[in-house]
Write a protein that binds this ligand. Structure first.
Ligand code: FES
Length: 101
């Protein structure tokens, strides 16, 4: 496997009035993940990138982390460091943000 963790962050923008994660919110999260990944020396091991709709539109901004396949919803900028620190580095699911289907 190329990366130990791969974070896909939805940046899907739907028409006005439809529930979606949104490009602005999604891209802000992508940038924050990249910043924290670099800060923690994880570049090359962990990759964060934009994605299309993850079918969690009512809970956006949403993301999924592989290989676990853990979905997180209503993710805010201030949650990113905690996701990297706890989920990626300590292998702990953040139950307050986890989406269960
Ligand atoms: S628009 Fe982000 S999950 Fe559907």
């Amino acid at each position: 496997m190329r990366f130990e963790n791969h974070v896909f962050i939805c940046t899907n923008q739907k028409a006005e009035g439809k529930a979606c994660c949104g490009e602005v919110a999604g891209m802000a999260l992508v940038e924050k993940f990249r910043e924290i990944i670099a800060e923690k020396g994880l570049k090359g091991k962990v990759r964060a990138q934009r994605s299309g709709c993850l079918d969690a539109c009512q809970n956006g901004p949403a993301l999924v982390i592989y290989p676990e396949g853990t979905y997180y919803g209503k993710v805010q900028i201030e949650d990113v460091e905690r996701i990297v620190e706890e989920h990626i580095l300590q292998n702990k699911v953040l139950e307050d943000l986890e989406l269960k289907f």
